[in-house]
Write a protein that binds this ligand. Structure first.
Ligand code: SIN
Length: 302
């Protein structure tokens, strides 16, 4: 059996993993090696893995419970609900609704009560240059804050809002209305502890409207500071895709962004499978006693 090689790609995150054929079930030892590398490097790239949708699902299932994407049903592969199609190729004769997916810093599905544990993205078609994805290390982001600020943000919950997906308002209006109903604004803690590594991390994103108990105006400067800090170049790994790359990231301790750094007339077609995360957060309901959150929540869905 070929041995697994793990080669770090950047200081902050990212490793290239060779010596595995992801089309086949992994042995318990191989799974343990991959999981350990994942915890060390947060983002793993497996080159030359030409997976079908069922093979991608089967690989993901070895890493966690597979998400069925019920919160964003329109973007699924019609034959495989576990697979989201992140693609700029026209669908049913119309421009793809996911052609601009991931254009602000985020972790997947934080606008739900089960933010993804991880995601696995497979490159089926790519432009000759660009179409890169960047990942940022949220342990480093947390650990490099000053102790006083760390203590303060530990007290905060942040309101994650699906409507803050960049370009969301330009998508199909009926689908948007449906997804807003299915995904009301939800609050998650700003500092979380990774359930497997036990390390604290900054759970921030550009899809946050405000902090619970604070107005949007009050929240904005701190949010901007935290997002800028979290995505500083020294915390970032930039993945330059090759055809048939499979990249698996830990969604609990990274942010990512899909760059529009390519010729949009060229196809970029990716298949994404996610692993379900732990239940977290609370929906910001109109009956909430918290006036500031209430106003923001209403503004987001009106
Ligand atoms: C995503 O945000 O999940 C998609 C990332 C990408 O297409 O690079």
């Amino acid at each position: 059996m070929t041995s697994i090689t793990v080669t770090a790609q950047a200081y902050a995150a990212g490793a290239r993993v060779t010596g595995l054929d992801l089309r086949k079930p992994l042995t318990p030892e191989q799974i343990a090696t991959v999981q350990a590398a994942w915890h060390d490097h947060l983002v793993l790239a497996f080159p030359d893995q030409d997976l079908t949708a069922p093979q991608l699902i089967a690989f993901t299932a070895q890493m966690g419970e597979v998400e069925r994407n019920d919160n964003v049903p329109y973007y699924r592969d019609p034959d495989y609900p576990e697979v989201l199609l992140v693609s700029n190729k026209p669908r049913n004769g119309k421009p793809s609704e996911t052609r601009n997916t991931g254009r602000n810093w985020h972790a997947d599905l934080t606008y739900t009560d089960r933010p993804a544990k991880g995601s696995v993205l497979m490159c089926k078609e790519k432009p000759p240059i660009g179409g890169d994805t960047m990942f940022a290390n949220m342990y480093m982001a947390y650990e490099t804050l000053s102790p006083v600020l760390r203590d303060f943000i530990e007290t905060l919950d942040a309101v994650h809002d699906i409507t803050l997906i960049k370009g969301f308002e330009r998508r199909d209006p009926a689908q948007i209305a449906d997804m807003k109903r299915a995904n009301p604004p939800i609050a998650h803690p700003v500092v979380r502890t990774h359930p497997e590594t036990g390390r604290k991390l900054l759970f921030i994103s550009e899809r946050i409207r405000n902090f619970v108990g604070m107005t949007e105006e009050e929240s904005r400067p701190l949010l901007r500071f935290l997002n800028d800090h979290a995505t500083a170049p020294e915390f970032v790994y930039r993945h330059q895709w090759a055809l048939n790359d499979v990249v698996m990231w830990d969604n609990r301790c990274t942010l990512h962004i899909a760059l529009k750094d390519f010729d949009q007339s060229q196809p970029r077609h990716m298949m994404r499978c996610s692993m379900r995360g732990e239940k977290s957060g609370y929906v910001i309901q109109p009956e909430s006693k918290d006036d500031a959150s209430l106003k923001s929540a209403l503004a987001a869905v009106s």
